[in-house]
Design a binder for this molecule. Structure first.
Ligand code: SF4
Length: 504
């Protein structure tokens, strides 16, 4: 059974696609909207008769913007008429484009405009780009996607002529060959895309996404930009998420690793993960204005460590080496030992006759630290820990919510960046329950192969991941077929933290 119906205008385009997608049904539509319209009833019938799962309009196209090169692949996220009217939105375009990139193809995602004639001059290209906002032009997509196929659809075109390098010009034959070769190379990814198409259910784990500490940290930078203007320096990633960092950078935030990169007298925001006292001392010495976005729950851990140190306790921190939060907490008192696992406890050289106190990295849940705490207790009978109120609610809640839905899922997607400790832990939670799980920074990280056979997908997001990215993932999955989305909230969160005084 073929899953992909590929529609291509000319014989040479159909052949190129067929070579790359041998399992696909490839149909010729003829060139131009009239021929395409005349054959559409037949194509719809073909799709029906062969239980096709997805339809891709393919072929070569003209580039409208100067940076497109011959052989570049354009995946349409929308198909337009020359006046900019929207004909179709193609929701899975970014996922398909990512699959093509993984196959080594140069890919751009954007609008494709369909005209009723071959566009030749640069003036017309410029005008079309301006009126439609499209990247490339063809003559068939608008016609072929006007009817409701009731199936996932895509437009994948390869650029054959570019501004300044028209189809009928010296060298144009080479450009056409490049475009056709690229078209052949799009075949495998288009087949994977079609194989991933189907009806699905999604269960959204709740709570997910931002915790109160992350919201406060992001708002601190936004308000700081409003109040102090750009550039506003931020030490380390304000929260561990690439989208958040990119958005704030676009607004004028400048992320630095150390204070040495901040000019004297400038304003610097300290990230949610907290800093060692030496960082504050350096800022004071340098005359920097500090806005402290340290999460109050992290600050509480720091206070506890200082309190225990003042009472003469030997100190142990359970956390991940090299994490921003761990580095900050370790700086609170000399001689704090860092352990990650119960095995690490065996290597400690503390005096068993003196009291020992421990704290944990906030992004570790009680379940994750239980074995290490037990090992500490067995080795050091005078062990004291933090009070229950010091444990971060957000990590625990997100893990609990995912554990509640994961056993009913074929696949779990955790939205979060690879740098986010609590997001990576969520992947482990699902895997411990025997469910395939993957961390995705956004929908472009989704490997189409994961979706094959996955009819129920669980989705959650780490505490530093924006809900807007969850929406993007849902939208992309919706572009692969009908999606039934249910939200399951195991509990509601009402925690909020006031903003730092400097930005209130
Ligand atoms: S995960 Fe917990 S400790 Fe970390 S920023 Fe969020 S609320 Fe604060």
């Amino acid at each position: 059974m073929s899953t992909l119906l590929a529609l291509a205008p000319m014989r040479m385009e159909a052949r190129a696609v067929g070579r790359g997608a041998p399992g696909a049904l490839v149909a010729r539509t003829g060139v131009g909207p009239d021929r395409a319209a005349a054959g559409i009833g037949g194509h719809l019938a073909t799709a029906d008769a062969h239980a096709v799962r997805a339809v891709a309009v393919t072929g070569v196209a003209g580039g409208l913007v100067p940076d497109l090169r011959p052989g570049q692949v354009v995946v349409a996220d929308r198909v337009l008429r020359p006046d900019g009217t929207l004909v179709a939105e193609l929701l899975s375009a970014t996922v398909l484009a990512a699959a093509l990139r993984r196959d080594g193809l140069p890919v751009t995602v954007g609008g494709v405009v369909s005209t009723d004639h071959l566009v030749r001059g640069d003036a017309e290209r410029r005008s079309l780009a301006a009126t439609s906002g499209a990247l490339a032009v063809d003559m068939e997509s608008a016609t072929l996607l006007a009817p409701d196929w009731g199936l996932p659809t895509a437009v994948v075109r390869t650029v054959a002529d570019t501004p300044g390098g028209r189809l009928v010009s010296p060298g144009s034959a080479t450009d056409l060959v490049r475009a056709l070769r690229a078209l052949t190379r799009t075949g495998p990814a288009m087949q994977r895309w079609a194989a991933a198409a189907g009806t699905r259910s999604v269960i959204l784990a709740g709570p997910r996404s931002y915790c109160a500490g992350v919201e406060r940290a992001i708002d601190t930078v936004r308000r700081g930009l409003e109040r102090f203007g750009a550039p506003l320096y931020v030490r380390r990633q304000i929260v561990h998420n690439s989208h958040v960092v990119a958005e704030l950078e676009a607004g004028g935030a400048v992320f630095v690793r150390e204070l040495g990169e901040v000019p004297d007298g400038a304003t610097v925001v300290l990230s949610a993960h907290g800093v060692a006292p030496t960082v504050r001392e350096e800022a004071a010495r340098r005359g920097l204005r500090v806005v402290d976005a340290t999460c109050p729950l992290v600050a509480k851990v720091h206070t506890e460590m200082r309190r225990f140190a003042a009472r003469g306790h030997q100190l142990v921190l359970i956390g991940h080496p090299g994490h921003d939060e761990t580095e900050g907490t370790l700086g609170e008192a000399p001689g704090i030992r860092l352990v990650e696992t119960p095995e690490d406890v065996a290597g400690l050289d503390l005096d068993p006759g003196r009291p020992v106190a421990y704290a944990t990295q906030t992004t570790l849940s009680p379940e994750e630290t239980a074995a290490t705490i037990a090992a500490l207790g067995a080795r050091y009978p005078h062990l004291t820990g933090p009070s229950a109120s010091d444990i971060c609610y957000a990590t625990h809640n997100r893990q609990e919510a995912l554990a509640a839905i994961a056993p009913r899922c074929d696949l779990v997607l955790v939205v979060g960046s690879a740098t986010s400790s609590n997001s990576r832990r969520l992947v482990e939670v699902a895997e411990r329950l025997g469910v395939a799980a993957h961390l995705v920074d956004d929908e472009t990280d989704i490997d189409l192969g994961w979706l094959d056979g996955a009819s129920t997908i669980g989705i959650t997001a780490g505490a530093s991941a924006p809900e807007s990215v969850v929406t993007r993932v849902l939208r992309a999955l919706g572009g692969l077929g009908p999606l039934e989305v249910t939200a399951e909230d195991v509990r509601r969160e009402s925690v909020t933290f006031p903003l730092p005084l400097e930005v209130r």
